[in-house]
Design a protein around this ligand. Structure first.
Ligand code: AMP
Length: 246
């Protein structure tokens, strides 16, 4: 088993959440409110390499377009280099990494060597709610404006308020496609969550629905403060609400 961190360093938050769970919003709120480190998304890093047209970008582009994972070797190296940049000294939020057991085990070693302390945050959202939310989205094919049939409908059903174009359902917002993405997410994520649990990494499960994004962020900050991963002053009252995934 991977050796554990020495417990003296900055927190490394490993953020898990299915498509539609509000993960991006939480990553942003957490960096603004209770974690000083950057939000690091391996997907964003790879896309930047593709835009730069470099060797990593060349290797990653076709795989990403085909919906396949980029090799462990490439992403592990990207993350390792990123961890050594000066802005990670106070911690970091990892998003989209690790995605395989190899990445998870390499990550724990990288953190142990650097004395950084990992914690998992798992944003759980009822899949039926995600399906309802995403499949109710409509987009204007002309200007790109997104509508929600429930929370933000157009003034005239099926018509864009801004340019009168007929709204469409994006391919990846079709119900079958959403369900397939959620299934794939589970298959990929559950073994990694179990791996971290067995390795003794603190895991915070948070209900990603039924509260405002700010309230969810506050719960996460309180849990992190309660487990000593961030200073108590950065959580509201330092209350422990840590749970284990199991
Ligand atoms: P994301 O923006 O996190 O959805 O990532 C977009 C794409 O980048 C994924 O579909 C993968 O092809 C690739 N990717 C991002 N992170 C990883 C990772 N940790 N391991 C392998 N491939 C990744």
């Amino acid at each position: 088993m991977t050796s554990q961190s020495k417990g003296t360093g900055a927190p490394v938050i490993i953020l898990f959440g299915s498509p539609g769970s509000g993960k991006g919003t939480q990553a942003k709120l957490l960096t603004q409110n209770c974690l000083r480190g950057p939000h690091v998304s391996t997907g964003d890093m790879l896309r930047r390499h593709i835009s730069a047209g470099d060797q990593i970008g060349d290797k990653a582009e076709a795989l990403i377009r085909a919906g396949k994972l980029v090799s462990d070797e490439i992403v592990n190296e990207l993350v390792e280099k990123r961890l050594d940049e000066p802005d990670c000294g106070n911690g970091i939020i990892l998003d989209g990494y690790p995605r395989t057991l190899n990445q998870a085990s390499v990550l724990l070693n990288m953190l142990a060597i650097r004395g950084l302390r990992p914690a998992v945050i798992y944003l759980m959202v009822d899949y039926e709610k995600i399906v309802a939310r995403l499949s109710g989205r409509r987009q204007c094919p002309v200007c790109g404006t997104l509508y929600s049939l429930k929370t933000n409908p157009p003034k005239v059903l099926g018509i864009c308020d801004l340019d009168g174009a007929t709204l469409v359902t994006r391919e990846d917002d079709r119900e079958e496609v959403i369900r397939e993405r959620l299934r794939a997410y589970d298959l990929q994520t559950v073994p990694i969550l179990n791996y971290f649990r067995e390795a003794g990494v603190p895991t915070v499960e948070v209900n990603g629905a039924g509260a405002t994004p700010e309230e969810i962020m506050r719960q996460i900050c309180d849990s992190l403060a309660g487990s000593g991963l961030i200073p108590a002053a950065m959580g509201k009252n330092g209350a422990v609400s840590e749970t284990r995934v199991g």
